[in-house]
Design a protein around this ligand. Sequence first.
Ligand code: CA
Length: 329
Amino acid sequence: MSPNPIRPTVPLDARGKHHGFLRLPHSRNDSAWGSVMIPITVIAGGDGPTALLTGGNHGDEYEGPIALQQLAWEIDPADVTGRILIVPYMNYPAFRVGARVSPIDQVNLNRAFPGRPDGTPTQKIAHYFDSVLLPLADIVLDYHSGGKTLDFLPYAAAHYLDDTAQQAACVAAVEAFGAPYSMMMREIDAVGMFDTAVEAQGKVFVTTELGGGGTATARSAEIAIRGGRNVLRHAGILTGAPERPERSRMLAMPDDDCFHFATVDGLMHPLVDLGEEVRAGQPIARLWSNDRTGIAPVEITANCDGLLVARHFPGLVQSGDCLAVVATE
Ligand code: CA
């Protein structure tokens, strides 16, 4: 296989703080020998572990990019033991257009792992992370939020893993993040996800869902920034102890019943808001006809008892959309 064409413009192993780019060659109509310039900051102090902090895996999720800009700006290498690799806009072309997937190749970076060095731009980005940056890391924090089509209660999350020691290390890092909620998370389909690639390499992994709707709030941005600092402190990379201003409520997604999908197109009428408790069988949303009056709505009922932790964000729903996620406390 050909080597990955992405080249960092700053050294990945030099002491101090260096701001640069991961330069991905991208020849196109408006730039024959052009590049995609993915911002990266490398902060290194004394010998110690390496953290890889990423945001913008999906380009319409903003808490991670905000937190990582803040951390890249504020962290003094004198306070660092080890190394921090910060990539706020992982799928940079998607970030620039405020979209989940890349406008260049329509590929979802978080379904493209382990990627291809000879593939499309997004596949090359995935391959670079999988083959170059991930092997350098001991701990990985990948920030997500709901993007334009989902909204979440703010939580940090670990996955159920076969390796119980690895899972325990991930859970400890999730607790250190200190979001208002901490989740044992289940994926609808984990194939091709960055998460899966990180976990397959045996790393400690924290992901998040911190909000959504294609924006951030003052509260969600603050949770993201504090959580990033806390994970670095937990890993012994940044000086100081993690701060926990609020108790994190532990949640779990024990099986596929957590997910609620639409089977018709329609106009969403929420009956329950994020953070509210629901009982199995309780109606959580109605879907009204989007083309006529006088038709009974399709009612969506909760599959299980729990807390509404995620919901479809736009008012219009398509058949197949994930409408809601209910997690157990
Ligand atoms: Ca996401």
